[in-house]
Design a protein around this ligand. Structure first.
Ligand code: ADP
Ligand code: MG
Length: 293
């Protein structure tokens, strides 16, 4: 393509709500055959709300909310925002936690009202010798089967409750996945969330391949592995978690609604956070570069 054609293509992208870092990006866009999609904030809105509380036998649901809510108040994670907001509505003012530690991609810990509190994945609590009792395992499984995310709450050495937060799939995601397939692209859902939640969301939007329970720093390894299998990979993400994978991908696409770190690491930004614009970008690049091999 001539520099002129590339410039026109880039300008047309801007009209479609696609910000392209440089004209050469259109070439990598054209070659992509696999689209890796981050779940939270990319396929889903990332706007989570607290929808359920389960306390283990002998525990008080209000106390589960109070201790978990206080701890999550110190975190920026979407799950944390939902838990803290929901807890404040139900139990009122939350105490300020001490010794807060964010355990990236796994949960949070700290001291609230003198209790050593842990909130996060079941595996995180299990690792700290807080086995999840059967009734809480069931609550977590039933949430996951509906595509909701459940986090476990423990304090002073015991798992004591489960909080359920629900995120919703963006209304445009299923249509975008359909368009990827029409373009001959293979969609893959990538998430740190558990397999059952990932499967439920994937089914809702029509994705078959799921890579779940991936730690933030491992997302980049997934992209590298797919590339070593000979795939040309586009990665779409919105979070700080996704930045390294966006940079490693043959084409990194960020959501305009996402974090600055993700936007900076990407080649192309979908201004409105609408996944269909990713399919528009592929069509645009094919049209712009259609005549050259
Ligand atoms: P994603 O890859 O879908 O954007 P993350 O990598 O941010 O998700 O988080 C992975 C998992 O770690 C979450 O599904 C949750 O179980 C747990 N987790 C992470 N941060 C928190 C937190 N602040 N509170 C509770 N659980 C958390
Ligand atoms: Mg995300």
């Amino acid at each position: 393509a001539t520099p002129m054609a590339l410039m026109v293509g880039t300008g047309r992208g801007a009209q479609l709500g696609i910000l392209i870092k440089g004209p050469e990006v259109l070439e990598s866009t054209r070659r992509v055959d696999t689209v890796v999609l981050d779940k939270t904030g990319t396929v889903t809105t990332g706007k989570m709300a607290l929808t359920g509380v389960t306390a283990a036998g002998g525990e008080d649901a209000e106390q589960v909310l109070r201790l978990a809510g206080a701890l999550e108040n110190a975190s920026e994670h979407p799950i944390a925002r939902a838990v803290a907001t929901g807890a404040a509505v139900r139990v009122g003012d939350l105490p300020v936690p001490e010794h807060f530690v964010n355990i990236e991609g796994r949960g949070v810990q700290g001291v609230v009202d003198g209790h050593a509190v842990l909130v996060g994945r079941a595996a995180l609590l299990a690792e700290r010798s807080q086995e999840i009792p059967e009734e809480l395992v069931r609550a977590m499984e039933s949430a996951a089967s509906e595509g909701s995310t459940a986090v476990a709450v423990g304090w002073d050495g015991r798992a004591r409750g489960v909080l359920v937060v629900a995120d919703t799939v963006k209304p445009t995601s299923a249509e975008a996945v359909r368009q990827f397939r029409d373009l001959g692209l293979t969609p893959i859902l990538l998430t740190g969330d558990n397999e059952a939640v990932a499967r439920a969301v994937a089914a809702e939007v029509g994705i078959e391949e799921v890579i779940a329970e991936v730690l933030p720093k491992e997302k980049v390894d997934v992209v590298t592995r797919l590339q070593s299998e000979g795939r040309t990979v586009a990665m779409v993400g919105d979070g700080v978690n996704d930045a390294a994978a966006l940079a490693q991908a043959d084409l990194g696409l960020s959501m305009g609604t996402g974090t600055d770190v993700a936007i900076e690491a990407s080649d192309l930004t979908l201004v409105r956070g609408d996944l269909r614009a990713a399919a528009d970008a592929v069509r645009l690049s094919r049209r712009t570069l259609g005549t050259i091999k």
